[in-house]
Ligand binder design. Structure first.
Ligand SMILES: Cc1ncc(C[n+]2csc(CCOP(=O)(O)OP(=O)(O)O)c2C)c(N)n1
Length: 491
């Protein structure tokens, strides 16, 4: 840490001490990203340079989290869908006080470091989901928001909003070009997932050139048509405009929100700002020095963070502890009024299944005669449904062909707003998003499953890589003899 008096503000308008502190904190994020990528001689420094202000506003003004306890169940989720900009996330985690030291940042992208090239869930405290394949973080966030609505419907009671967190994400041009994002966005709009809010780093540059070469769709109109609330922030450095847009997004409880933020990739870099060249490369020693000058950053050793900036970010520790304590008190009061529900809530978070649940699974013997696997799957699901209330899922417009709607007492309920605990989810033809969104449900307490045809597994193969990182997942998809997969043998 350095003892750092207030530096010259970058913006002419930064005339109050609050604005100067904002600039200092935003630039601390930028500088950490530049220094880490430079030290590693590998990585993507330029997304963090452009997107730092939106991340700063979200993380210091809105995100409800406790860096000392990354598993607090009701924390807001943050998904960096553009995982190649990982240093932005690691900077936020370090600065707000997660168990990720500055030393780890100096070893960014090195063997054994907890700051790998792309964020990995389970490796780095505070990383909610593994990202890197563009578009998949987008869809994962939809899964997280779906899980939140499901658990809220099941557990919340008047005066006890036990489950009421937001899911935020940062998405890029590349993310929105991916088909899986379109599927997931359509589903999120249809379901009215009002607690899902994405910031779109709209810098008009992707890996191989300007988006003018490839991507001219009217994203705002597109998302409005999906049923999203859309906002445009013209200047990605305008923290107050970002703040106002987030406020409006949060106020809309029935539509997911996309905040399109115009930014400059590589902001502050005299020779690289706004260019696509050297996409995944360090800026170079000279350019880092020039960029720091441009940002008004003093010549200091790499990884220097001003005391004021660190202290400001670290307020998250006290705030987060207080927020979690308030929630714990709520949980205790809830336990007094609803002991059985409180018990069920804790069991589901722990991943417990009711004792003997396997015993209800029907057995099929060769002597029973031939049976289509989809039929057998339907019987298994029907048997499990009354015992596993949190078995959520469905098919991509295939039930009744694949028997994936839950039969039995609870079958009539559909996962649709206003959410009341329905667990048969109709994903339409959103096969990719069904695959990506589903595992997120799984580690959030809901047990997820989907049904499809084996050929469709190809639509989800890329996702398997991602799933392999995710714990506590009942992998029922693309496995011909697993309940819930409903792969057709008798078509
Ligand atoms: C599915 C997928 N295809 C390709 C890539 C390789 N890749 C990494 S970043 C990137 C594009 C970067 O453009 P954008 O998402 O707009 O990010 P920015 O240029 O703003 O950093 C690509 C194609 C990837 N990560 N995922």
């Amino acid at each position: 840490m350095m003892n750092h008096p207030v530096i010259a503000p970058l913006s002419e308008t930064a005339n109050s001490s609050g604005q100067v502190l904002d600039q200092l904190c935003v630039n601390a994020l930028r500088v950490l990203a530049m220094d880490a990528v430079q030290q590693a001689n590998s990585g993507h420094p330029r997304l963090p340079l452009g997107a730092a202000p939106m991340a700063y506003v979200l993380w210091t003004r809105y995100l409800r989290h406790n860096p000392a306890n990354p598993s607090w169940p009701n924390r807001d989720r943050f998904v960096l869908s553009a995982g190649h900009g990982s240093m932005l996330l690691y900077g936020l985690l370090y600065l707000t006080g997660y168990d990720l030291s500055l030393d780890e940042l100096t070893r960014f992208r090195q063997w054994g470091s907890r700051a790998p090239g792309h964020p990995e869930r389970g490796l780095t405290p505070g990383v909610e989901t593994t990202t890197g394949p563009l578009g998949q973080g987008f869809a994962n966030g939809v899964g997280l928001a779906m899980a939140e609505r499901f658990l809220a419907a099941h557990f919340n009671r008047p005066g006890y909003p036990l489950v009421d967190h937001y899911t935020y994400g940062l998405v890029s041009d590349g993310d929105l070009m991916e088909g899986v994002s379109a599927e997931a966005a359509s589903l999120a709009g249809h379901l009215g997932l009002g607690k899902l809010i994405y910031l779109y780093d709209q810098n008009g540059i992707s890996l191989a050139g300007s988006t003018a070469l490839t991507f001219s769709e009217n994203v705002m109109a597109h998302f409005a048509a999906y049923g999203w609330q859309v906002e445009q922030v013209e200047d990605g450095n305008d923290v107050e405009a970002l703040d106002a847009a987030l406020e409006r997004a949060r106020a809309d409880e029935t539509h997911p929100s996309l905040i399109c933020v115009r930014t400059h990739i590589g902001y502050g870099s005299p020779h690289k700002q706004g260019t696509f060249e050297a996409h995944g490369a360090p800026l170079g020693e000279d350019e880092v020095r020039l960029t720091k000058q441009q940002l008004g950053w003093p010549e200091t050793s790499p990884f220097s963070v001003p005391d004021e900036a660190l202290a400001f970010f670290r307020q998250a520790l006290a705030q987060g502890a207080a927020q979690e304590a308030t929630w714990q008190q709520r949980l205790e009061a809830y336990r007094a009024d609803y002991p059985a529900l409180a018990d069920a809530y804790e069991r589901v978070l722990a991943g417990d299944l009711p004792g003997g649940w396997e015993s209800v699974i029907p057995r099929f013997a060769p002597g029973d005669g031939p049976m289509a696997t989809r039929k057998a799957s339907g019987k298994v699901l029907a048997a499990l449904a009354p015992h596993l209330w949190n078995l959520v899922g469905g098919s991509a417009d295939l039930n009744p062909s694949t028997n994936t709607a839950l039969a039995g007492r609870l079958s009539a309920t559909t996962y649709l707003p206003p959410f009341s605990g329905g667990r048969t989810c109709y994903t339409g033809r959103s096969r990719g998003s069904m695959g990506v969104g589903r595992p997120e449900c799984a580690f959030r307490g809901a047990r997820a499953r989907n049904g499809g045809y084996p050929e469709w597994a190809g639509l989800a193969w890329g996702l398997d890589r991602l799933w392999s990182y995710l714990p506590r997942l009942l992998r029922l998809h693309a496995s011909p003899d697993a309940p819930g997969s409903a792969h057709g043998s008798g078509r």
